[in-house]
Design a protein around this ligand. Structure first.
Ligand SMILES: [Cu+2]
Length: 139
């Protein structure tokens, strides 16, 4: 997991392109009396990283130490890319949950990217999980 500032990339165009978001961030900062400065850190995920499940997970949850806006959420198996909806206009939150469609048994990788609300930094990460039907015990 790493983070990078959005500032160095394309100063001119970038500043204009992100102006509405920046305005909203400033408004939020003014509204909050005191926020810890720094980019968000991922605290936990559900399914947990490297989890081996016996039922298909119905959602993916990312928990951070401070409020973020989810920017990217990708779910891939060896054979499929599962399209997931990301609401980029959702209110900033420490915990983000996205519902999953029915997943075939197998191994999956989640790749995510989120914008930290208080400093505008982007944090990214990836983790895997798998799910398989529990082996049936012979009678
Ligand atoms: Cu940061």
């Amino acid at each position: 997991m790493g983070h990078f500032s959005r500032a160095p990339a394309g100063r001119q165009g970038g500043r204009l392109r992100h102006a509405p978001l920046t305005a909203r961030l400033v408004a939020l900062l003014v509204a909050l009396p005191l926020v810890a400065l720094g980019h968000a850190h991922l605290l936990a995920t559900s399914p947990a990283a490297s989890a081996s499940l016996i039922a298909a997970p119905r959602s993916v949850t990312l928990s951070f130490n401070e409020s973020v806006r989810l920017a990217v959420l990708k779910l891939e198996s060896a054979t499929d890319e599962v399209p997931l909806p990301v609401d980029r206009n959702a209110a900033p939150a420490k915990t983000v949950t996205v519902a999953l469609p029915a997943l075939k048994p197998g191994a999956y990788e989640v790749r995510w990217s989120a914008i930290t609300v208080d400093d505008g930094h982007i944090v990214t990460g990836r983790f895997g999980f798998e799910w398989h039907l529990a082996p049936t015990t012979p009678p």
